[in-house]
Design a protein around this ligand. Structure first.
Ligand SMILES: [Mg+2]
Length: 299
């Protein structure tokens, strides 16, 4: 009997680039012995429902779209008792997570990885009652990161882009926070924070830290304190541009679990999508919770 595949895709992702590839992608799956059920998402949140309601009877769920679509498919899967392997054919503009996993940019090559690759047991982030795959963030750079077109980022480069964000620092909103993890308690005024499990964020590789592993049960955390004078701002810029420079305004560490408390609501983004406003956020790594299809040679 043929193996059954549920293929969920976002027809609008990445300038609708799936349109010209869809037939060849499905052909790749069928040639590999799958019977394919195709579901084009109709609205935001649709992919979560599609996976939750339809996953029974399938051997694999494959999604195509941007990081937001993947986030939805994984959300649907994590709410299921029986979790199936997830394949990913990226179609978004940035695709930080696909890059971290070594999934090819070409949609047809990515489709080939889905059927000829191997399972990789990947960590998933718990965020209160939601999940995220690779980044939960608040504050200044979140909007810069997702509003800046990839073309502009490519032209500006990493440093220029960060400086663009930091130039806005004096006028930027900050949040009085208490951050608790096993290793320490940090209190103060923060204007940015990101909790990541990824080699890149916003299209920038290496920004999250060194020795990143997607299956080690650990997040990389970056927090930026509010600067109090122009000298501080200078220092933050230097530390962001040159990672060897230490700044007392930037905290970086790894942890498996942390709690972020605030007296006023903080707006978060999860995998680049709005993740709600929260007073208290509990974030925990769900160690190797999801099997995802990756190229054979990737570790
Ligand atoms: Mg990790």
């Amino acid at each position: 009997m043929a193996k059954q595949m549920l293929f969920v895709y976002n027809p609008r992702a990445g300038k609708a680039q799936i349109r010209s590839n869809l037939l060849d992608i499905i052909d790749t799956f069928v040639k590999a012995g799958y019977e394919v059920t195709v579901y084009p998402t109709q609205a935001a949140g649709d992919a979560v429902k599609a996976v939750r309601e339809r996953r029974d009877g399938y051997d694999m769920v494959v999604c195509s779209g941007g990081d937001g679509t993947l986030d939805e498919v994984v959300s649907g899967m994590m709410k299921s008792e029986k979790r199936l392997p997830v394949g990913y054919v990226p179609a978004g503009s940035t695709n930080d997570f696909a890059n971290s996993l070594g999934i090819p940019k070409s949609m047809l090559q990515a489709a080939d990885v889905v059927v000829n690759g191997r399972n990789f047991a990947c960590d998933v982030g718990k965020f209160n009652h939601s999940i995220f795959i690779y980044v939960a963030a608040f504050g200044i750079f979140t909007d810069v990161s997702y509003e800046t077109p990839q073309d502009t980022k490519n032209v500006l480069g990493h440093a220029a882009y960060l400086i663009e964000g930091v130039k806005r620092l004096p006028s930027v909103r900050s949040y009085p926070l208490k951050i608790t993890c096993k290793e320490s308690v940090i209190e103060g005024e923060f204007l940015y924070g990101m909790i990541t499990n990824s080699h890149s964020v916003g299209g920038f590789r290496g920004i999250t830290g060194q020795n990143v592993a997607l299956d080690d049960g650990l997040f990389e955390v970056t927090l930026i304190r509010k600067p109090s004078n122009p000298l501080d701002i200078n220092n933050i810029i230097r530390a962001l541009v040159d990672k060897r420079v230490k700044s007392e305004h930037i905290y970086t560490f790894t942890t498996e679990k942390l709690k972020v408390e605030s007296e006023e609501p903080v707006a978060w983004t999860l995998d680049g999508e709005f993740g709600g406003e929260h007073l208290t956020v509990e974030i925990e790594s769900w160690h190797q919770a999801l099997e995802i299809r990756v190229p054979k040679e990737t570790d």
